[in-house]
Design a binder for this molecule. Structure first.
Ligand code: HEM
Length: 408
């Protein structure tokens, strides 16, 4: 019970393959070396055997293969590690309801269709001015307080949290509580017991929100699901939770680590600041270059399948290393350079196949507005501490910085 909850459903890889290199933006040195010797690798570590994918085409093949399951909660590995009693406590059916990131077709297809029906072009268009207001008011508050500031605390964490409040229709009066609860989810090395407690509390909050939307629907996404579908309260609570967990920490780390990377590449910072029309391009490049899903995207095979010449047996685990794949030199020229005007190509920062990020358009809007306004309002932004004192999230599955002290 004292084990790290994440370890139980995420295959373990040695630190030299998941940490970062000498430069805080580069993949681990071990990973770069491995990539030079092949594109799919069999790794044994701590009793786990994992296929690690570092090649771009092989990654897409794994993520598109119908024999690859996303049901990490019920994978042979999770079932072997977690006793049936603890499994029942950690993942009771009502907690699995609606969590379609862990589902396979055709169950996944049904939820994904219902959600795609709500992530409409119109809703995203209507959210854009709200994203603008949220970004602007966070920057106003940070500037008013004066330098130095912690960009993580004052900007990168609150922006996506407040955007999710807009998406789900959280009342203004409840937003402080929402932010408090969401920040707890980000704490380090949560044990199984702490994780059960945090998730139970958050579910209670989300369930209250679902009930409120049933009684008094608005024009937010949750109200749309209540109105247009026959999903029950457990499913709606699970979906709201999933959107929060998938959309908050990811976007927050892209905003903070993206700013750090730009500050450490002053020529690219200046190029973007002076040419804001490059922002959309720069966002794609930062997604590729930073590849914040450091621990990768994992699957297990439900049947034997051959990928990149390797035979993956039924039950075996496969991890797509996002940082390695996004630096594949058969796919990108000069892959280790950050170039805000690099022509757009395919990257797997949002995954690929049926589970490809549902919130990617919203995330792009948040990053585009976030970086444009940050550089426009604070053109002389710089680090307030030496770069090697910025605390890195090497110990978290989503990479980034714990704090980013800045001044202007
Ligand atoms: C799925 C990355 C922002 C909602 C994914 C996946 C990746 C990803 C790699 C695929 C996981 C897999 O295949 O197992 C990111 C990154 C983001 C981001 C890097 C920010 C820069 C968001 C936002 C939302 C969101 C803002 C919603 C508000 C989701 C959902 C899924 C998902 C619901 C599951 C889709 C499915 O299973 O069909 N994301 N994401 N994400 N993302 Fe994102």
């Amino acid at each position: 019970r004292q084990r790290n909850a994440q370890e139980l459903i995420r295959p373990q890889l040695p630190a030299e393959l998941t940490n970062r290199g000498k430069c805080p933006f580069d993949p681990a040195t071990g990973l770069t070396e491995l990539s030079e010797h092949g594109r799919i690798h069999r790794i044994e570590h701590n009793g786990d055997t994992v296929w690690l994918v570092t090649g771009h085409d092989e990654a897409r093949a794994v993520l598109a293969a119908p024999q690859m399951s996303s049901d990490r909660i019920n994978s042979p590995r999770a079932r072997a590690l977690i006793s049936p009693e603890l499994h029942a406590e950690m993942f009771p059916p009502e907690r699995q309801a609606g969590s379609f990131i862990f589902m396979d077709a055709p169950e996944h297809t049904r939820y994904r269709r219902l959600l795609t029906g709500q992530f409409t072009v119109r809703r995203m268009r209507d959210l854009t001015p709200r994203v603008h207001e949220i970004v602007t008011s966070q920057l106003d508050a940070m500037i008013e307080k004066g330098p130095p500031a912690d960009l993580v605390h004052d900007f990168a964490l609150p922006v996506p949290s407040l955007v999710i409040c807009e998406l789900l229709g959280v009342d203004y009066g409840d937003r402080d509580e929402f932010q408090r609860r969401t920040s707890k989810l980000l704490s380090l090395n949560t044990t199984v017991d702490e994780q059960i407690k945090n998730t139970t509390e958050l579910r209670k909050f989300m369930h209250g929100l679902v009930r409120a939307k049933r009684q008094n629907p608005g024009d937010d996404l949750l109200s749309g699901l209540v109105r247009d579908t026959d999903l029950n309260d457990n499913e709606l609570t699970g979906i709201a939770n999933l959107l929060l967990i998938a959309g908050h920490e990811t976007t927050a780390n892209m905003l903070a680590l993206g700013t750090f990377a730009l500050l450490e590449h002053p020529d690219q910072f200046a190029r973007l600041r002076d040419n804001p029309e490059l922002t959309e391009n720069a966002v794609e490049e930062l997604l590729r270059y930073l590849s914040i899903i450091s621990s990768g995207v994992s699957r297990h095979a439900t049947e034997d399948v051959v990928i990149g010449g390797a035979t993956i047996r039924a039950g075996e685990t496969v991890v797509v290393s996002v940082p390695a794949v996004n630096r594949d030199d058969t796919q990108y020229d000069d892959p280790h350079a950050l170039l805000v005007d690099r022509p757009r190509g395919h990257h797997v920062a949002f995954g690929h196949g049926i589970h490809q990020c549902l919130g990617q358009q919203l995330a792009r809007v948040e990053m585009a507005v976030g970086f444009t306004e940050l550089l426009r309002r604070l053109p002389a932004l710089k680090l307030a501490v030496p770069a090697d004192e910025v605390p890195l999230r090497t110990d978290m599955s989503i990479y980034g910085v714990h704090r980013l002290p800045v001044t202007w």
